[in-house]
Design a protein around this ligand. Structure first.
Ligand code: FAD
Length: 437
């Protein structure tokens, strides 16, 4: 086996930039930064006002790269939360091997590179007037709007779920933050011999491998701390949705006797601590329900949702909405290309395509006709061992969609601790890339 290779932060930052450039996100002076100090060439009059809604994986990256590549673009990022809290790595907080502070990053880096960061809730978008309204009544005018609001939950698709979540009895923990900590506390309070149920909705949902990673890390905690407890994984899908053979190997190798996986086990209703499936009722002490999802509420309100009543269609050359001109949609909220996951890495890539295109559009210049984006998703199958899946997606001009590049991508041969180190480096480096830290 080859010895692990250690990269410096500088090398890795440059690598992420190179990935985006290999991704064909043609940009003016396309060198990605090697240090945040190399950013914000903002001299001269503004070439336009861009408002970005959502300071997560897509929105923060877009704000940063608009300043980097546009320089004198006036960028305002509106985010309801004071700090960015990452979903990737948050399953380790639930499993008990990381703290929430280790997946939390502030917005100071973006402020330093000239992004105006407003902590506020966007309550309305007027695409015709090119304005957004905030909860406190302020109105922001824009030339181009970037929308990366993530997902919101279809609580009413499961009987009793909304009330159970509102009461705090049932948690989703599918947006990292207070629910992540609350689920951790529920697991700590579980009696030895107790039952945890994890319900997975039908695809598509945010992060295809995420629920199976969570299953592994919850089972790992139970195995160590409550050896008589059980985890039931209730999957509405007919099979594991990502890295199937690798997750099945992990279930068998590490969690036999702790974790029971059931396919085609769609949650229909919740009643007290009972999960009603189609043909049976199951009782659990801890019910972790990942609800069905659609584009974030503000995308629905703005009239962007035009695919399956759930997702926003986009023009892949610019990421501009196919429903409302002037609004660019990124990340989980959009209707993806074939085999394109709803992932943080993918949202970061969408953002670079959008930032490059917006700069060109503001200057009245042509956009890159052949964008390419790529994805890597790491999943922890134990607190130390990791597996990955990777893919590359290229614009097909004839069909006007993103298609996977034949022969690209793939999955790990097996779980390893080396990939565990890569996964943690991936997180540090994508946070540095998007938040300019
Ligand atoms: C447990 C888990 C593990 C995951 N692991 C991985 C992984 O290993 N790798 C990976 O690549 N992806 C992973 N993901 C998926 C990843 O988190 C999402 O795909 C990614 O966050 C999508 O980025 P986004 O910009 O679309 O949304 P988000 O990152 O959710 O950002 C949306 C932001 O918009 C804000 N917002 C929404 N509406 C408004 C409004 N009206 N006003 C103001 N602000 C608003 C929200 O507060 C939020 O900060 C994981 C997800 C989960 C749940």
């Amino acid at each position: 086996m080859n010895p692990p290779v250690h990269f410096s932060r500088r090398q890795l930052l440059a690598g992420l930039g190179a990935a985006s450039l290999a991704g064909g996100c043609a940009s003016p002076g396309a060198d990605a930064p090697s240090t945040p100090a190399a950013t914000s060439p903002s001299t001269g009059p503004s070439i336009g006002r861009v408002v970005v809604i959502g300071g997560g994986y897509g929105g923060a990256t877009a704000a940063r790269y608009l300043r980097l590549w546009g320089g004198n673009v006036d960028v305002t990022l509106v985010e309801r939360n004071a700090q960015f809290i990452s979903c990737p790595i948050s399953n380790l907080v639930i499993g008990g091997s990381k703290q929430l502070a280790e997946v939390t990053v502030g917005y100071e880096g973006l402020r330093r590179v000239g992004v105006k960061v407003l902590q506020a809730e966007v309550v309305a978008v007027d695409g015709a007037a090119r304005q957004v309204r905030l909860a406190d009544g302020r109105v922001l005018a824009y030339d181009r709007l970037v929308m990366s609001p993530g997902v919101d939950f279809l609580f009413d698709a499961v009987g009793g779920l909304r009330a159970a979540v509102d009461s705090g009895r049932v948690l989703h923990a599918w947006k990292a933050g207070p629910q992540t900590l609350a689920l951790r506390r529920q697991l700590e309070a579980l009696p030895d011999g107790g039952v945890v149920a994890l319900s997975i909705p039908k695809a598509p949902y945010r992060c295809p491998p995420g629920p199976y990673e969570r299953a592994c890390l919850v089972a790992d905690y139970l195995k160590r701390a409550k050896p008589r407890a059980k985890l039931l994984v209730l999957d509405a899908n007919p099979e594991v949705q990502s890295k199937k053979a690798l997750f099945e190997a992990a279930f068998a190798e590490h969690y036999a006797g702790v974790l029971e996986y059931r396919a085609n086990a769609e949650l229909k209703e919740l009643s007290g601590q009972t999960a009603r499936l189609e043909f049976e009722d199951l009782k659990a002490d801890v019910l972790n329900v990942v609800p069905p999802q659609r584009a974030g509420e503000i995308a629905v309100q703005a009239g962007l949702v035009n695919v399956n009543q759930r997702w926003a269609g986009v023009n892949w050359l610019t990421m501009e909405s196919t429903a409302v001109p002037g609004i660019h949609v990124l990340g989980d909220a959009l209707f993806p290309g074939p085999l394109m996951p709803k992932s943080g890495h993918m949202a970061n890539q969408h953002a670079k395509v959008a930032a490059a295109a917006i700069v060109q559009l503001l200057k009245g210049e042509p956009v890159n006709p052949t964008p390419v984006v790529m994805n890597t998703c790491y999943s922890f199958v134990t607190p130390a061992e990791v597996i990955h899946v990777a893919s590359v997606h290229q614009y097909d001009a004839a069909e006007r969609i993103m298609k996977t590049v034949p022969g690209s991508g793939g999955v790990s041969l097996r779980a390893s601790q080396v990939e565990g180190r890569y996964a943690l480096s991936w997180a540090q480096n994508i946070w540095a890339d998007m938040l300019a830290v």
